[in-house]
Design a protein around this ligand. Structure first.
Ligand code: HEC
Ligand code: HEC
Ligand code: HEC
Ligand code: HEC
Length: 380
């Protein structure tokens, strides 16, 4: 980034939102690192994306406070108080020109948080909000910059419907805009995603009234061809080490100390040939989807979830994310029956599976569990 901004011109650095990752603890750990680095880079404004609420409002506020992050948003409110959750807009002065920076979030993007208790939020209609706000900000600013966390199509609609936006940086889009695009006097810009591209716009602003006269866009691929900063590289290396330790600590909370090294799980398909009827029931059951359930929630790396949504997680030779143990996803036959290598035909082996249910179907995760009714659904 230093090499991009080295032309001795004032630089305004903005981000249109979705800085945070998915809703799991590894990504949250990474978000803390990103916030730390972004704080040091001196970003001037960050628009709110729905992902930025993935770990809850308290977490976002903590990151803002600890790292001085200039998050802004004009249309997300705490439903109970009616207050905006972030500063309504920002005024940033560069070279004597006052930029009024506003951000809106598309109400259709679902806000789902990992936090146990969060205020209920409402997201107001962006057009209504901007029509009222833009003229108000214009009184304090020379140039109006919109961070539109609404995707590219909606951003084009927005600048058509709301007058007075000089420039619009688009968030929540998967398509970089490589060429200059002007709609109704608004310049649009978009660089996607996950830090892979950085959009650079040279702005030519009228000395007198601060009006945007022209702009010139370049999408820079951060493919590693640029010189790396030694300082940032060192921080990334440290972060990776910290992340590993973090993961190990989580893993250590669920030691693989049950069972025996000498026994193995043989995987569900190995039972299929001899137990066709049991297989049919199992194949239709929710147990066979238990891992997909975690994946849908982005939680497939969380030990505290894996312990019940995989086979033998706490056991020696049980589920792990490397081969061959990664075949033990889902609640397979052996999650209830035990190691296949202990296969027995004495009648007791089947019986003991009855005791397995409540290890996973505990009060917290399966409050309605009742052996008779639940067994009825998977009996074989
Ligand atoms: C290793 C953990 C584990 C064990 C042992 C286990 N279950 Fe489950 N069970 C789950 C999980 C996880 C789900 C949810 C799967 C999903 O939908 O992702 C589930 C779902 C179910 C469902 C579907 C519930 C529904 O409403 O559709 C039934 C029925 C069920 N289990 C019965 C049993 C019975 C009976 C036993 C004991 C014989 C048992 N389970 C043992 C983890 C377990
Ligand atoms: C102690 C065991 C246990 C743990 C730990 C556990 N689950 Fe489950 N989970 C279950 C059982 C059992 C069910 C089925 C409940 C029922 O239907 O009665 C279930 C059901 C679910 C369902 C509903 C599935 C559906 O489609 O209806 C989701 C989602 C889920 N779990 C996610 C998670 C996540 C995410 C974690 C980690 C934060 C987790 N679980 C940790 C045992 C567990
Ligand atoms: C959710 C736990 C669970 C899963 C998963 C499960 N079983 Fe069972 N299974 C049981 C229980 C409990 C019994 C004993 C029921 C009884 O005797 O009342 C049983 C009984 C059996 C029996 C004895 C049936 C009989 O007629 O006596 C066989 C064989 C069997 N299971 C095979 C399998 C195979 C093969 C799979 C996988 C394809 C499988 N089970 C998956 C819990 C499970
Ligand atoms: C080579 C064939 C074969 C394979 C493979 C096989 N079984 Fe069996 N299993 C049998 C036979 C035969 C019996 C006794 C008759 C019966 O109950 O169906 C039996 C019995 C069982 C029983 C009842 C045990 C008891 O208490 O008497 C269970 C439970 C069971 N098998 C589960 C499994 C599971 C789980 C797997 C996969 C890990 C598996 N079997 C793989 C042939 C097989």
């Amino acid at each position: 980034m230093d090499s991009l901004w080295n032309e001795d011109k004032p630089v305004l650095q903005v981000d249109a939102g979705d800085m945070f990752g998915r809703r799991n603890k590894n990504d949250r750990f990474q978000a803390e690192f990103l916030c730390d680095v972004c704080g040091d880079f001196g970003v001037d404004a960050i628009g709110l994306g729905e992902m930025d609420l993935n770990y809850g409002l308290d977490f976002l506020r903590k990151m803002i406070d600890e790292n001085g992050l200039p998050f802004t948003n004009a249309n997300v409110r705490d439903l109970a108080t009616g207050e905006l959750i972030l500063p309504e807009y920002l005024i940033v002065e560069k070279n004597g020109i006052r930029f009024g920076i506003i951000s809106v979030l598309d109400p259709l993007y679902k806000i789902v948080t990992m936090a146990a208790k969060d205020p209920e939020l409402e997201v107001n209609d962006p057009v209504t909000v901007l029509r009222e706000l833009v003229p108000r900000v214009r009184e304090e600013a020379d140039t109006i910059l919109l961070l539109a966390h609404v995707g590219d199509r909606n951003a084009e609609e927005l600048v058509k419907e709301v007058k007075g936006i000089d420039m619009c940086v688009i968030g929540h889009s998967f398509r970089s805009l490589n060429t200059e695009r002007i709609i109704e006097d608004s310049a649009l810009m978009c660089a996607t995603r996950e830090g892979q591209f950085i959009g650079k716009a040279d702005l030519f602003v009228d000395d007198g009234d601060g009006q945007l006269m022209a702009f010139d866009i370049e999408i820079v691929d951060m493919d590693g061809s640029k010189d790396e900063s030694e300082e940032v590289l060192a921080r990334v290396a440290k972060f990776k080490k910290d992340l590993q330790e973090f993961q190990q600590a989580k893993r250590a909370a669920f030691p693989r100390d049950l069972g025996s090294d000498k026994e193995s799980f043989l995987v569900d398909r190995s039972c299929m040939g001899c137990h066709e009827d049991a297989w049919q029931v199992y194949a239709q059951s929710a147990h066979r989807k238990a891992f997909a359930t975690l994946r849908n929630k982005g939680q497939q790396n969380e030990p505290e979830c894996l312990s019940c949504h995989t086979t033998g997680y706490r056991y020696k030779n049980g589920y792990a994310d490397e081969r061959p143990f990664n075949y033990l996803i889902n609640v397979q036959c052996e999650a209830c029956h035990g190691y296949g290598t202990e296969h027995n035909r004495d009648g007791k082996w089947a019986q003991q599976a009855k005791d397995s249910c409540v290890i996973c179907h505990d009060k917290e995760n399966s409050p309605d569990f009742d052996y008779a009714t639940y067994w009825e659904k998977i009996k074989h």
